[in-house]
Write a protein that binds this ligand. Structure first.
Ligand code: NAD
Length: 481
C-alpha cells in the first residue's frame, strides 16, 4: 500500500506553521524513489520568527533552576520512549533505515535527554583565589538562542546530541534538520511541548534548505552560537558567515577514519567488526571506518574473512534488512561515481562495486557493500569521504607504518585498533590524530564519550560532560574587598 503523502510544517512557539512564502520541497522515498510528501521551504522571515520566539522564551527558561530544566529533559526522555513507534516510523520512512534498528535509535535519543537532564544541576562555577584582598569567581552562563543545523544520516540522534546539552545549560534552541529528513525532529519537538512540559519557543524547528535557512540562522543578530553537523563544504560556508559576525561555532564534519588490524588481533572479531565499521547505516556514518589498514603478514587471509562477513549483509527495504538504501538521490549518485574513480585508479573490488542485481533494489537507492583491494593511501577513494558502504583496504608493514598511513589524511574524526597487545594499543592510540579511538570493536561509543574531530573533521565537542560547558560562556567576577 502506498502511504498518504505528508506535509511537514515548521514547529514554532508550540504551533505547526506553514512557511510564509508558501514554498515546499518534494520529499522522496529512498526505498522506491517515489514522492512521500512535502517539507516547508522556509525563508529568512520564517527564520526570524523562529529566532525571535526562542529569544522571547529564553529569560524564563534561563531563570529556572538547572535541576528544574533537567526534570523537563528527563521527562522528554520518557515521552520519547513512550512514542518510540511513532518517532521510529517517521525516521525509518524518511531515511530508509531498517525498521528493526529504530527502537535502539529512539532509546539512544532518550539517553541524551536523560543524561543532560541528569547533569543539568552539576554545572559549577569556580572560586578563584587571587589573594585575601579579593573575592573572585567565574560563572558559566548560557549564550541565549543557540542554533542546531543537522544532517540527514542520523536525524534524531544528531538532533538530541546538540539540543539536549544546549537546553540543559539554559539556552533556547532553533533547530534546522536536513530538508530530506525533517519529520522526526518536528514530531519530537511537538511531544516536548505537548507532553513533556517544555515551554513553547524553548525548542523551535524551522525547515528548508541549508543555503537559505542555515545561512539565515547564522546571520540573525539574535543568534548567539551554532552547532553544525554536516559536510566540510557546508561547514566552510557557515564558517564564512560566522567569521563576519564573530559567531561561535561547533563544527562536526566528515571523516575518512582508519581502522587498523594488527596481526595479533582476534581476526574473527576484527573481520566482523570491520565489516560493520563501514556498512552500518549503509556507510552513511561520519565516523565510519572506511580505510582498513591491515598488517601485510595477514592481509590475504584477513581480506578473505572480511569478504565472507560482508557477503552476509542483506541490503533491502525490509524491516529486518541489515542495511537500507542511501537516504538521498544525490548521495546515491555520488557514491556510484566513486565506482568509476576506483576503476580508473586501479583498485579491484573484492566484493560489490556495482549495482545490486535484484530489480526491486534498483527502484530505490540501494548500494552493494564494496571492498576495494590493491589500494594505496594517495588514491582519491582513500582520501575523500564517500559517505557510503565503500571500503579501501591498505596494507602496512609495522606499527610506525600503520601510524604514518592512518595520520596521512585531511580528516581526523575516529579510528579503530584491533590488537591483543595492550602496550601497542595505548602507544598507537596516543599517536593517532583522531577525536575518538575504539579498540577491539568499532562502534559509536556512548552518550558519555566526547565526540568530535581533529583537522578537517571539525572543532568543538559534542557528547560527554564537557558538551554542557561548550554551550556556556564564562564570566569572571572580581570583587575588591
Ligand atoms: P550537508 O553539509 O549537506 O548538510 C548538513 C546540514 O547543513 C543540512 O541541514 C543542510 O541543509 C545544511 N546546509 C547545507 N549547506 C549549508 C550552508 N551553505 N549554510 C548553512 N547550512 C547549510 O551534510 P549532509 O549531506 O546532510 O550530511 C552528511 C555529512 O555530514 C557528511 O560529511 C558526514 O560526515 C557529516 N556528519 C558528521 C557528523 C559528525 O558528528 N562529525 C555526524 C553526521 C554527519
Amino acid at each position: 500500500m502506498t502511504p498518504t503523502p505528508t506535509r511537514t510544517l515548521n514547529y514554532l512557539h508550540g504551533e505547526s506553521v506553514p512557511p510564509i512564502g508558501g514554498d515546499w520541497l518534494e520529499q522522496l522515498d529512498p526505498r522506491t524513489g517515489r514522492r512521500i510528501g512535502d517539507v516547508a521551504a522556509s525563508g529568512p522571515e520564517d527564520v526570524a520568527q523562529a529566532v525571535e520566539s526562542s529569544a522571547r522564551a529564553w529569560p524564563a527558561w534561563r531563570a529556572l533552576r538547572p535541576t528544574e530544566r533537567g526534570r523537563v529533559l528527563v521527562e522528554l526522555a520518557r515521552v520519547a520512549r513512550r512514542h518510540a513507534a511513532l518517532l521510529g516510523d517517521i525516521e525509518s520512512r524518511e531515511t530508509g533505515k531498517p525498521g528493526r534498528e529504530m527502537p535502539a535509535l529512539v532509546d539512544l535519543v532518550a539517553q541524551f535527554f536523560e543524561y543532560y537532564g541528569g547533569i543539568a544541576g552539576t554545572m559549577d562555577g569556580e572560586l578563584i583565589d587571587v589573594g585575601p584582598a579579593y573575592h573572585s569567581y567565574a560563572l558559566r552562563e548560557p549564550f541565549g538562542v543557540v542554533g542546531a543545523i543537522l544532517p540527514w544520516n542520523a536525524p534524531l540522534h544528531q538532533a538530541a546530541r546538540a539540543i539536549a546539552p544546549a537546553l540543559a545549560a539554559g539556552n533556547t534552541v532553533v533547530a534546522k534538520p536536513s530538508e530530506f529528513t525533517s519529520g522526526s525532529l518536528v514530531a519530537l519537538a511537538r511531544l516536548a511541548v505537548e507532553e513533556a512540559g517544555l515551554p513553547p519557543g524553548v525548542l523551535n524547528v524551522v525547515l528548508g534548505t541549508g543555503p537559505v535557512v542555515g545561512a539565515a540562522l547564522a546571520e540573525h543578530p539574535q543568534m548567539r552560537k551554532i552547532s553544525f553537523t554536516g559536510s566540510v563544504r557546508a561547514g566552510q560556508a557557515l564558517g564564512h558567515i560566522a567569521a563576519e559576525r564573530i559567531l561561535p561555532l561547533t563544527l562536526e564534519l566528515g571523516g575518512k577514519s582508519a581502522n587498523i588490524v594488527f596481526d595479533d588481533a582476534d581476526l574473527a572479531a576484527a573481520a566482523a567488526g570491520s565489516a560493520r565499521a563501514f556498512t552500518w547505516n549503509s556507510g552513511q556514518w561520519c565516523a565510519a571506518g572506511t580505510r582498513l589498514l591491515v598488517q601485510r603478514s595477514i592481509h590475504d587471509d584477513f581480506v578473505g574473512r572480511l569478504v565472507e562477513a560482508v557477503a552476509q549483509i542483506r541490503v533491502g527495504p525490509e524491516h529486518d534488512a541489515t542495511a537500507g538504501p542511501i537516504t538521498t538521490r544525490a548521495q546515491y549518485e555520488k557514491i556510484l561515481s566513486y565506482f568509476d574513480v576506483a576503476a580508473q585508479e586501479g583498485a579491484r573490488a573484492a566484493i560489490g562495486g556495482r549495482l545490486p542485481d535484484e530489480p526491486r533494489l534498483r527502484q530505490g537507492w540501494f548500494i552493494e557493500p564494496t571492498v576495494y583491494v590493491g589500494c594505496h593511501n594517495d588514491m582519491r577513494i582513500a582520501r575523500e569521504e564517500i559517505f557510503g558502504p565503500v571500503l579501501c583496504v591498505i596494507p602496512f608493514d609495522d606499527e610506525a607504518d600503520a601510524l604514518r598511513i592512518a595520520n596521512d589524511s585531511p580528516f581526523g574524526l575516529a579510528a579503530g585498533i584491533w590488537s591483543r597487545d595492550i602496550g601497542r594499543v595505548h602507544r598507537v592510540a596516543a599517536q593517532l590524530d583522531a577525536g575518538r579511538i575504539v579498540v577491539n570493536e568499532y562502534g559509536g561509543g556512548f552518550v558519555q564519550n566526547p565526540c568530535g574531530g581533529y583537522k578537517a573533521s571539525g572543532y568543538g565537542r559534542e557528547q560527554g560532560r564537557d558538551a554542557l560547558a561548550h554551550y556556556t560562556q564564562q564570566k569572571s567576577v572580581i570583587v575588591r574587598l
